[in-house]
Design a protein around this ligand. Structure first.
Ligand SMILES: NC(=O)c1ccc[n+]([C@@H]2O[C@H](COP(=O)([O-])OP(=O)(O)OC[C@H]3O[C@@H](n4cnc5c(N)ncnc54)[C@H](O)[C@@H]3O)[C@@H](O)[C@H]2O)c1
Length: 374
C-alpha cells in the first residue's frame, strides 16, 4: 500500500473547538510518526470572516474562506473537519463525503437522529473514513479502563455511574449562543455533555437499551426560558443486564470538566474523573483482605495506550488538547495503513444520538423508553 506523503486538511468552523483541532494538526506529525509525514493545514472556512482569518493566521492555515463549500469541494483537500454548530454537521459532512473527502466531525454527530442516520449512510456509500470526535474515549486512562474490563480484571460489570458535569453556563448572564437554540443544537446539556458520557458508558459497558430520564432548566436566564435542558439525570439499562445512572449538566456549580465514572464489576471496580485526568483508581483482589482497597495509578510512561507517544517518563502528565492529537492521529494513521474505519465511527455517533432522543422522549413521557436501534 502506498502511504500518502501528505494529507491536506480543510476545517469548517473557527470557534472554540476549531482552535483545539488546529493545535492537534500542528502537533500530530511529531506525535504520530507512523502517520503521513506531512499534514498541511490547507483551508479554513467560517461564516464569520474575521474568525476565519484569525484562526488562519494563528495556526498557519494556508487560506481562509467564508463559504464551507470552498472546503468540501476543494481539489486540494483530503480530510474535511466539521467544527460548526450541531445542526450544520450533516449537510457539510455529507457534501464532503460525496466529494471524496474523509471526514472528522465534532460531536454530537448531528442535532437529530434522521440527520445522524443520513450521515452514516453517506459514510458507508463513500468508502471514506468518517470519525466522530468522542475523543474522551481515546484518553489513555479511559482506553486502559476498557482494556482492564476486556481482560476481566474487574469481572462482569454490574453497575456504571457516569457523569459529565460542568459549570460554564451556571451564571444567568452566560450567553449560551447557538447552544440554547433547539434548532441549532438539538438538545441542551443532554446533547452537549450527556452525549459524551453516553459514549463512554457504551464504550465501557456495551450498548444501552433502555433509559428513564428527567431534564430540567436550572438557570433563570435574562431572556426567559430557553426551553432547553441545563441538566439531565437518567437511569440506563445495558444489553448485558447491567444497570447504570448517568448525569450531565453545564450549570452545576463547582464542577469544571468533571467527566467521570464509577465502574463496578463483580471482581473489582475502576474510578476516574477528568478533574484528575492523569490518574485512575483500580480495585481488584480479595474483598476479605483488610488491606484491599483502591490503588491510585498515574497514567503515562507507555503503560496505557498512546502515553509513550507523549512522554516515556511516567507521571509527567498530558492534557485536554492531547486527546485531540490522539483523535486526529488515529484517523491519519488509518489513512497511512489503509484501514477502512476508525473509531469513534459515525455509527457510534448515531447510536449516541438514539440514546439522546430516547432520553428526550422519556423526559417528556415521564417513563422508561427503549433505545431505537434501527
Ligand atoms: N469534543 C469536544 O469536547 C467539544 C468541545 C466543544 C465543542 N464541541 C463541538 O464542536 C462544535 C462547535 O462548537 P464550538 O464550541 O467550537 O462553537 P463556537 O460557537 O465556538 O464555534 C462555531 C463556529 O462555527 C461558525 N459557523 C457558524 N455557522 C457557520 C456556517 N454556516 N459556515 C461556516 N461557519 C459557521 C461560527 O462563526 C463559529 O466560529 C459543536 O458541534 C460542539 O458540540 C466539541
Amino acid at each position: 500500500v502506498s502511504a500518502p506523503e501528505e494529507v491536506r486538511i480543510g476545517i469548517v468552523g473557527a470557534g472554540f473547538i476549531g482552535d483545539v483541532h488546529s493545535a492537534a494538526y500542528r502537533a500530530v506529525a511529531g506525535i504520530y510518526p507512523d502517520a503521513p509525514r506531512r499534514v498541511t493545514l490547507a483551508v479554513v472556512a467560517d461564516a464569520d470572516a474575521e474568525r476565519g482569518a484569525r484562526l488562519a493566521s494563528a495556526w498557519g492555515w494556508e487560506r481562509a474562506e467564508r463559504d464551507w463549500h470552498a472546503v468540501t469541494r476543494a481539489d486540494d483537500v483530503d480530510v474535511v473537519d466539521v467544527c460548526v454548530p450541531n445542526a450544520l454537521h450533516a449537510e457539510i459532512a455529507i457534501d464532503a463525503l460525496q466529494h471524496g473527502k474523509h471526514v472528522i466531525c465534532e460531536k454530537p454527530l448531528a442535532h437529530d437522529v434522521a440527520s445522524a442516520r443520513a450521515m452514516c449512510e453517506a459514510a458507508e456509500a463513500s468508502g471514506r473514513l468518517a470519525q466522530v470526535c468522542f475523543y474522551y474515549r481515546l484518553w489513555p486512562a479511559i482506553a486502559w479502563a476498557r482494556q482492564l474490563v476486556e481482560r476481566g480484571e474487574i469481572g462482569a460489570i454490574s453497575h456504571f455511574r457516569g457523569w459529565m458535569l460542568q459549570d460554564y453556563a451556571a451564571a444567568a448572564q452566560h450567553d449560551l449562543g447557538w447552544r440554547q437554540r433547539r434548532s441549532d443544537a438539538g438538545a441542551g446539556a443532554l446533547g452537549d455533555l450527556g452525549s459524551h458520557i453516553s459514549d463512554i458508558a457504551r464504550y465501557l459497558c456495551g450498548e444501552i437499551v433502555e433509559v428513564c430520564a428527567t431534564t430540567r432548566e436550572l438557570v433563570a436566564r435574562p431572556g426567559g426560558s430557553t426551553g432547553i435542558d441545563d441538566i439531565v439525570s437518567m437511569l440506563v439499562s445495558f444489553e448485558s443486564g447491567a444497570g447504570g445512572v448517568l448525569e450531565a449538566s453545564w450549570a452545576l456549580r463547582g464542577h469544571k470538566c468533571d467527566l467521570g465514572f464509577d465502574l463496578v464489576g463483580d471482581a473489582g471496580a475502576i474510578r476516574f474523573s477528568w478533574e484528575r485526568s492523569n490518574e485512575i483508581e483500580v480495585l481488584t483482589g480479595d474483598p476479605a483482605d483488610p488491606m484491599n482497597g483502591f490503588r491510585r495509578i498515574l497514567i503515562g510512561g507507555g503503560i496505557q495506550p498512546d502515553t509513550a507517544r507523549f512522554s516515556g517518563v511516567p507521571g509527567q502528565g498530558m492534557g485536554y488538547r492531547d486527546a485531540f492529537t490522539i483523535g486526529v492521529g488515529q484517523l491519519l494513521r488509518a489513512l497511512e495503513t489503509a484501514e477502512t474505519s476508525v473509531e469513534p465511527t459515525f455509527a457510534d455517533g448515531l447510536r449516541v444520538g438514539q440514546i439522546v432522543a430516547a432520553a428526550q422522549e422519556s423526559a417528556q413521557r415521564r417513563g422508561f423508553v427503549r433505545v431505537a436501534t434501527a
